[in-house]
Design a protein around this ligand. Structure first.
Ligand SMILES: NC(=O)c1ccc[n+]([C@@H]2O[C@H](COP(=O)([O-])OP(=O)(O)OC[C@H]3O[C@@H](n4cnc5c(N)ncnc54)[C@H](O)[C@@H]3O)[C@@H](O)[C@H]2O)c1
Length: 256
């Protein structure tokens, strides 16, 4: 994408990415950083996050790390305040942090249900609540919320809490998109299919992996960078007329 509008428009933008220490979040940090954005990579895995930032800085990116548990409103306020204080503005928020869940309706517990909702759903709302006022100060912005193919379809009948949260992210995105459409703040959701990250490591080598590959029209796992590039596109001015959109990065899975 060298020389494209995607690259050019991100050059002077400031972004926060959650759950950025690894997987899709790390790929988003890399894509945004390579396009010239200043990026605050955040996570609860501080060692992995710091290591990523060291690697990207050595490659010339303007990236820094901050600890942020997305379920904690005070931490959100501190990280967003510090970002604006040190980098001057906030243009982009990538609400990527998330956890998986495997249980179906009857085997799910209140404890893991609440934890999944707290991270995957409430964390996304809190991020928008805290970041959007600062985007307004910057004259506009772009929020990219990570949903999933499982935010739109019922999948394999398991992971009930995960589906609940990802469906909620899809509609929170559309609701917020309408709310801020006249203020230059765009809000879109990205819906990955099966992407090869630590989140799905436990499926590797099991019959479930075979089912995943066979049910994916492209017959392979997606790579984190294939999602990171789409996130960077939505963050950029190249997507200036897109808001409330749901973008599938799934090797054709939901096309069936
Ligand atoms: N990998 C896939 O197949 C896939 C498919 C669809 C959607 N997604 C979504 O993409 C996003 C990224 O997933 P991934 O596959 O890269 O997962 P991952 O497990 O590799 O990375 C998720 C990151 O979120 C962080 N995190 C967890 N709880 C947190 C908290 N409370 N506060 C801050 N950070 C926290 C983790 O430490 C981790 O670094 C998630 O929202 C996930 O649901 C992934």
């Amino acid at each position: 994408m060298n020389g494209s509008k995607v690259n050019d428009s991100l050059r002077d933008k400031v972004a926060i990415v959650t759950g950025a220490a690894r997987g899709i979040g790390a790929a988003a940090v890399r894509s945004l950083g390579e396009a010239g954005a200043s990026v605050v990579a955040t996570d609860v895995l501080d060692d992995e996050g710091e290591a990523l930032v060291r690697e990207l800085c050595a490659e010339g990116a303007n990236v820094r790390y901050a600890h942020l548990d997305v379920t904690d409103e005070q931490q959100w306020l501190q990280v967003v305040d510090r970002t604006v204080r040190e980098l001057g503005r906030l243009d982009v928020l990538v609400n990527n942090a998330g956890i998986g869940s495997m249980a179906d309706v009857e085997s799910e517990t209140v404890e893991t249900w609440d934890r999944t909702i707290s991270i995957n759903q409430e964390g996304v709302w809190l991020g928008m609540k805290v970041a959007i006022p600062r985007m307004r100060e910057a004259g506009g912005g772009s929020v990219v919320n990570l949903s999933s193919i499982f935010g739109a379809v019922g999948g394999f009948g398991a992971s009930v809490a995960y589906h609940a949260t990802k469906g909620a992210v899809r509609l929170m995105t559309k609701n917020a998109a309408i709310r801020y459409a006249t203020e230059g703040i765009r809000v879109n959701s990205v819906h990955p299919g099966f992407i090869d990250t630590p989140l799905v490591a436990e499926l590797k080598g099991t019959p479930a992996e075979n089912e995943i590959i066979q049910s994916t029209p492209m017959r392979r796992w997606g790579r984190p960078e294939e999602v990171g590039e789409v996130i960077a596109f939505l963050a950029s001015d190249a997507a200036s007329y897109m808001t409330g959109s749901e973008v599938y990065v799934d090797g054709g899975w939901t096309a069936r």
